[in-house]
Ligand binder design. Structure first.
Ligand code: 13P
Ligand code: SF4
Length: 321
């Protein structure tokens, strides 16, 4: 698409959004032109908070399906649209509500903490929702003697276990293929290339937990972790803005680099891996955002019976953080 066409389409999208009283929300991993057309760009928690407080009639959610569902749970009276229904999440797909019911039956009395990357049905079976920015705080708020079932991300689970020191947390063996694909070797190579750069890493990355557990026998890996900042995508954005450093190595999906560079033009950002690309996020194109608005497609509506239960798990999280 030529630049002129992109600008025309973006202008048409803004015109349609205004005439239909729609708000456009985009996750930090979206394509640059989709981020640029949005009213708000942020992490999963920030976007769901925007969805909860908007006065708009329509929410166009440029993100993946569970995020649009979360918007529908928090704003049940709004029309929530996702520009491509195939925008799923490999991590959310690792656990179904049926799986969780079986797991709960095996551990009666355990408290369920689910990462926001889960379906509405799974959230409805959950006691506390959490996000990458507040998982440790949520776990710390649960009485120490209570057994916890944490799902679905095993790396975030290992990270919270390590940070809280709790032994009574059982962790579901799910992972995000994008973050699991970021290896310690990628990090070591990038850090050797840019030794003065601050190193920011998302807790879904497979190497976070392995690096945390390594106590220094392997010097390269220890170097990776000693000064790493483990942050959610919006946490990374804030850190990049406020830190005095001029260079940053980023271990998460590469889409976040667009906004980091845009708001910090005097700083340099290096992705740990150019291959860390979420193909689900990238399914959302400017043309599909336009189609979604014009045709008011594709609606994501969580049934009230599920949404009301799922909302409780999110409200319990919000009460803690
Ligand atoms: P954030 O909540 O940090 O934006 O992460 C969401 C996600 O899907 C990470 O892969
Ligand atoms: Fe899901 Fe991973 Fe894509 Fe995030 S990056 S939306 S966890 S598949």
């Amino acid at each position: 698409m030529s630049t002129t066409t992109t600008i025309d389409l973006a202008a048409e999208i803004r015109r349609l959004a205004a005439s239909k009283n729609a708000v456009i929300l985009a996750h930090n991993y979206e394509r640059p032109d989709v981020q640029d057309v949005a009213d708000f760009v942020g992490d999963s928690l920030g976007l769901s908070q925007q969805a909860a407080k908007t006065d708009a009639k329509i929410i166009v959610f440029c993100g993946v399906h569970f995020m649009a569902e979360t918007a529908s749970i928090l704003a049940p009276d709004k029309k929530v649209l996702i520009p491509d229904l195939n925008a799923g999440c490999s991590l959310a797909a690792t656990i179904t509500a049926e799986d969780l019911r079986k797991w709960k039956a095996e551990h009666p009395g355990a408290v369920v903490v689910s990462y926001v990357n889960t379906t509405a049905e799974v959230k409805a079976e959950t006691d506390y929702c959490c996000t990458s920015s507040n998982a440790v705080k949520v776990i710390e708020a649960i009485p120490a003697e209570k057994e916890i079932l944490f799902c679905p991300d095993m790396f975030l689970g290992a990270y919270v276990k390590k940070m809280t020191g709790r032994k009574n947390i059982r962790v579901w063996a799910g992972e995000c293929h994008v973050h699991a694909g970021i290896r310690p070797a990628d990090i070591e190579a990038k850090r050797a290339e840019h030794p003065a750069a601050d190193f920011l890493i998302h807790p879904e990355c497979g190497c976070v937990s392995s690096l945390l557990y390594i106590k220094g026998e392997q010097s390269g890996q220890q170097t990776c972790m000693t000064d790493a900042k483990v942050l959610s995508t919006e946490g990374m954005m804030n850190y990049a803005k406020n830190a005095p450093a001029k260079e940053f190595i980023i271990a998460t999906e590469t889409g976040i680099l667009h906004r980091m560079k845009k708001f910090n033009p005097a700083k340099n950002f290096f992705p740990v891996s150019e291959h860390a690309v979420c193909q689900f996020m990238k399914l959302i194109t400017l043309q599909k955002v336009f189609n979604a608005l014009e045709r008011e497609q594709f609606e994501v509506k969580v049934p009230a019976a599920i949404g009301d239960k799922a909302r409780l798990s999110i409200e319990r999280m919000i009460a803690i953080v």
